[in-house]
Write a protein that binds this ligand. Structure first.
Ligand code: AP5
Ligand code: MG
Length: 215
């Protein structure tokens, strides 16, 4: 099974993708995590994407599509994936459809995590992620056991540069003007399920599982 999670910045894509991956035995693939990893490792891709990421702008489609399609071609994706943060534009969505078709696969279900903008801003301002594996915390709603330290791997927690200042508003504007248009495409294909993302993390997880099992 291949699943896409669509949602604005702070809607809980990363949080829910991790939980769903564990529950369903799928692999969590996050375009943002892959870009941040490339920046940490200072690869050629990492150096190219840094300016876009720091400003809260989208990375160009060609770089993004090449990175994701080559990741999806790896053997560990064969049992199915949860895509978090990809696709975000119509060209990305078309490239994904074509890329999957070529290898006899398809997207089975697309979830939209629906959360009001005020709640998104509150969540992003409290978010911290870990240096080693990008595990997600929130000082208000999901604090680590020891402040500043990841519960899972002991690495230090930090605030993403694009979670502060103008970049936050820019990211939300891009989502609500551009990425949201993908919903129409998946609705037409009968694959879209909208879930209320403005519930507790556990409640959202339960809603996603119920929707998958009820299909
Ligand atoms: P990316 O890393 O994907 O960031 P994003 O889309 O901005 O999404 P976020 O990671 O901010 O939010 P999330 O939905 O994962 O929320 P989370 O679970 O962390 O992309 C970053 C950048 O990379 C982009 O700006 C762009 O430059 C580039 N990029 C990536 N993909 C691209 C693409 N396809 N094309 C072009 N460029 C691309 O939760 C947020 C917080 O809320 C956490 O603190 C969490 O603990 C808390 N929380 C979660 N759920 C709940 C809940 N139910 N109740 C209370 N708190 C909650
Ligand atoms: Mg995320």
């Amino acid at each position: 099974m291949n699943v896409i999670l669509i949602g604005a910045q702070g809607s809980g894509k990363g949080t829910q993708a991790d939980l769903l991956a564990g529950a369903l035995g799928l692999l969590h693939i996050s375009s943002g995590d892959l870009f941040r990893q490339a920046m940490t490792e200072k690869t050629e891709l990492g150096l190219k994407v840094k300016t876009y990421m720091d400003r809260g702008e989208l990375v160009p489609d060609d770089l993004t599509v090449t990175m994701i399609l080559s990741r999806l071609a790896m053997p560990d994706c064969s049992a199915g994936v949860i895509l978090d943060g990809f696709p975000r534009t119509i060209p990305q969505e078309q490239a994904l459809d074509e890329g999957l078709q070529e290898v006899g696969k398809q997207i089975d279900v697309v979830f939209y995590l629906d959360v009001p903008r005020e709640e998104l801003l509150a969540r992003l301002s409290g978010r911290y992620i870990c240096k080693a594996n990008q595990h997600v915390y929130n000082v208000n709603t999901r604090p680590p056991k020891t402040p500043g330290v990841c519960d899972l791997d002991g690495s230090p927690l930090y605030q993403r540069p694009d979670d502060t200042g103008e970049a936050v508003q820019r990211r939300l504007d891009i989502f609500f003007s551009e990425t949201i248009r993908l919903l129409d495409h998946y609705r037409e294909q009968g694959k879209l399920i909208t879930v209320n993302g403005n519930q507790s993390i556990e409640q959202v997880h339960a809603s996603l599982l119920e929707a998958i099992r009820g299909r």
